[in-house]
Design a binder for this molecule. Structure first.
Ligand code: TYM
Length: 328
């Protein structure tokens, strides 16, 4: 059975880009594939400077993952820090990746430039090594992610090839897989940037738990362009094309076909907003139910960690043996 792994950070609110680009494909894949999904709290530490934030965010994210439809009896949903093998293999991965390779990561360059006068942790720089550990620990075949994570999956592959070459066949080579629509949801106010938790303002971001009236307001105010023609063309018409892609991700129809149905921007904005509200309505209700029983939520995550550890421990042991570390 194909093994799938993908993870999400407990930072900021989960947004529509996370959902369409990643969470929904995870849910769709859980029955045909052997699915592992992590809440990567150690990755969130790269930008955490306050106590009592990450744990709460981790629990809320757990509720989101079950609310969108991951079934704890089917998929393995776990918290990264509960499976200590991630940190252990993470260090080994840091020793297999070069300073030059890490320097070329666009996500690091982006994030570091946004924090220009702030503290930039070394963890922000070595982040892809820990991500490689996340993926390689599970003998992962496929990594379902949004477009922005492609480079991180490629470097993971490069690291695995290097390790296997140096120390003998150890890791499965993973590949990134992306959804047809929704792999790159753009900011509604700045359609040249991806929808992101770290954007300066949230007027272009739709949070998964957002109030329906606010969602409609944000879609109605979405930036389009000064023309009037509804056409799917990402280069020339990024705002309109983003709306068409979001609508396409909600309805399953191709953005090009949807475009032929509209002669004005207004109705496209309203229909897209309504489609998103309807998509999120049951998720919001389920989330509220799950958050009402935090003990049960934690128990589900503990169960996931137990299953994850079984796989991760065997892979770490194999890597340590191939490296030739003296057994304890
Ligand atoms: P994160 O937490 O930023 O995002 C989680 C997932 O959401 C996708 N995504 C998007 N998809 C479409 N449009 C957008 N605007 C958009 N924004 C985010 C991301 O591609 C991702 O799939 N480094 C990762 C977390 C990670 C990971 C891993 C992922 C750590 N270890 C191992 C896969 C495998 C991250 O920061 O994702």
């Amino acid at each position: 059975m194909t093994r799938v792994l993908s993870c999400i950070q407990p930072t900021g609110d989960v947004h529509l880009g996370n959902f369409l680009g990643a969470l929904r494909p995870w849910v769709e894949g859980q029955h045909e594939k052997d699915a592992f999904h992590g809440i990567v709290d150690l990755h969130a530490l790269t930008i955490t400077e306050q106590p009592d934030v990450v744990g709460q965010a981790t629990l809320r994210l757990g509720a989101v993952l079950f609310a969108v439809g991951l079934d704890p009896d089917v998929a393995t949903v776990f918290v990264q820090s509960h499976v200590t093998e991630h940190s252990q293999l993470g260090w080994i991965m840091e020793c297999q990746v070069s300073f030059g390779e890490l320097s070329r990561m666009t996500q690091f360059k982006d994030k570091a430039s946004k924090r220009e006068h702030e503290f930039i942790s070394a963890g922000l720089f070595t982040y892809p090594a820990l991500q490689a550990a996340d993926i390689l620990l599970y003998d992962t075949d496929e990594v379902p992610v949004g477009e922005d994570q492609r480079q991180h999956v490629e470097i993971t592959r490069d690291i695995a090839i290097r390790f296997n070459h140096r120390f003998g066949d150890t890791f499965v080579l993973p590949k990134a897989v992306m959804p047809k629509a929704g792999a790159r949801v753009m900011d509604l106010q700045d359609p040249s940037s991806k929808m992101s938790k770290s954007a300066g303002s949230d007027t272009g971001l739709i949070s998964l738990m957002e109030d329906p009236a606010d969602i409609m307001k944000k879609f109605k105010r979405a930036v389009t362009d000064s023309e009037t023609e509804v056409r799917y063309d990402r280069e020339a018409k990024p705002g309109v094309s983003n709306l068409l892609e979001i609508l396409s991700a909600c309805t399953g129809e191709a953005p090009q076909d949807l475009a032929t149905r509209y002669t004005q921007y207004g109705p496209l904005k309203t229909d897209t907003g309504e489609a998103v509200v309807e998509l999120l309505r049951p998720i919001q209700a389920r989330y509220n139910e799950l958050m009402a029983d935090r003990g049960e939520l934690q128990a589900l995550l503990r169960k996931g960690a137990g299953k994850a550890r079984e796989v991760a421990a065997a892979t770490l042991e194999r890597a340590q043996a191939h490296l030739g570390l003296l057994p304890a």
